[in-house]
Design a protein around this ligand. Structure first.
Ligand code: ZN
Length: 385
């Protein structure tokens, strides 16, 4: 049976209805929801079942599969997506099923910050994951890369914290090495997508800013509930102090330079805090009430609150998430920043902003990257057929 005029938009509407309905919907319920005829929905569902993207949920006391009332769910057992993300001398790789649940993980350490070492480890890890992914792999990777990423071109334009300032044709490299396409985005941005999708923040908030902090800084912006896929915003390079320290990007006093992990450690050392190896060490001490660690975080919170006030004045977020390995590490940081924000923006603005801490885990960013091929699953498989 052929049904005229059914393009990928309709297939995606049906898939979204199955994926995001509160209860698994029947064919009739989908038809009502997406405004297509029952015949068209049945045709699309049959095709999605044949593609092993969707399956009928078994109902208790009902031995009649295929009945119109049968609830439909995403098939979690067949297709997988692979995501990779780089942080602190390590690539983390995950394989997730269609529900975004982690199926397997793999990590590779790098010896130094050279492009050869970091990109070589990425390609090696992707090839390993491709060879070991069971049972079927969507034909594209998601990669949370360091630096300024141009998602449309699949390139890293520069990575200031690593000292890279040349364009890297990352998607091309991955295609040549593995035979597969890829979706490239910044690693903190990937972390933000994972955080926002996992907690379904777009159901409650319209404008969301996720600010990821670690050895560098980058963010994710959702406006009107939609992810702003534009690499030309660079939240980490808002200038906070024109007389401040020079950033790798060439400007003085960038937010990133003032609040990244190196800044935490420099401030901690200047305050005489002993035995610090990472920003998380400082967070942990501050959470335990250590006065020096708290003073260090207060110093970090000042430029951070200034940067956030600028973002609030421009984008009017209802939700700000402090995320990434450092932003997620300290409730004290969040509370201090929230307090400082009061004096930097109007009460009128302050009152409608919710501020929360992210909960970045080791694999959050890689999972966020793996979600990109999942969003395109129908197109990817339809193209590959
Ligand atoms: Zn900069």
């Amino acid at each position: 049976m052929a049904v005229e005029g059914l393009d990928s938009i309709n297939f995606n509407h049906v898939l979204n209805s199955i994926e995001f309905s509160l209860e698994p919907p029947s064919r009739a319920e989908i038809a009502k929801q997406v405004g297509l005829s029952r015949t068209a929905v049945s045709y699309i569902v049959q095709k999605l079942i044949a593609m092993e993207l969707v399956m009928e949920q078994e109902k208790e006391n009902d031995g009649k599969p295929g009945r119109p009332g049968t609830p439909l769910v995403l098939n979690p057992n067949v297709w997988h997506s692979i995501g990779a993300s780089f942080y602190s001398c390590e690539w983390c790789f995950v394989s997730v099923n269609l529900l975004g649940a982690i199926q397997s993980t793999y990590c590779l350490q790098v010896k130094d910050n050279s492009q050869q070492e970091i990109l070589g480890a990425l390609l090696e890890g992707l090839k390993y994951m491709k060879a070991n992914s069971q049972p079927k792999l969507l034909p594209a990777f998601g990669v949370g890369a360091p630096g300024l990423v141009d998602a449309r071109k699949g390139t890293i334009e520069r990575a200031d914290d690593l000292g890279w300032n040349n364009t890297i044709l990352l998607s091309d490299l991955i295609r040549k090495s593995t035979g597969l396409d890829s979706f490239i985005l910044n690693r903190y941005c990937a972390n933000g997508i994972e955080e926002i999708e996992k907690k379904q923040y777009t159901k409650r908030f319209e404008n969301i800013v996720y600010l990821g902090m670690g050895t560098a800084m980058a963010g994710t912006v959702f406006l009107g509930g939609k992810f702003v896929e534009n690499t030309k915003y660079r939240l980490g390079h808002i200038v906070i102090d024109p007389n401040g320290e020079r950033c790798h990007c060439g400007q003085e006093g960038c937010l990133q330079t003032m609040v990244c992990e190196q800044a935490w450690i420099r401030k901690a050392e200047a305050l005489g805090l002993q035995g610090i190896r990472s920003g998380q060490d400082i967070s942990q001490l501050a959470e335990n009430g250590n006065e020096l660690a708290r003073r260090c975080i207060q110093e970090i919170a000042k430029p951070l609150s200034m940067g956030l006030a600028i973002i609030v004045n421009v984008l009017n977020p209802d939700l700000i998430i402090l995320g990434g390995p450092l932003g997620s590490s300290s409730q004290y940081l969040l509370d201090t920043v929230r307090e400082l924000m009061k004096s930097r923006i109007l009460d009128y603005q302050y009152e409608h902003i919710t501020m929360v801490k992210g909960d970045a885990g080791k694999y959050s960013s890689a999972v966020g990257a793996a979600l990109l091929p999942l969003k395109q699953k129908y197109e990817l498989l339809n193209k590959a057929q």
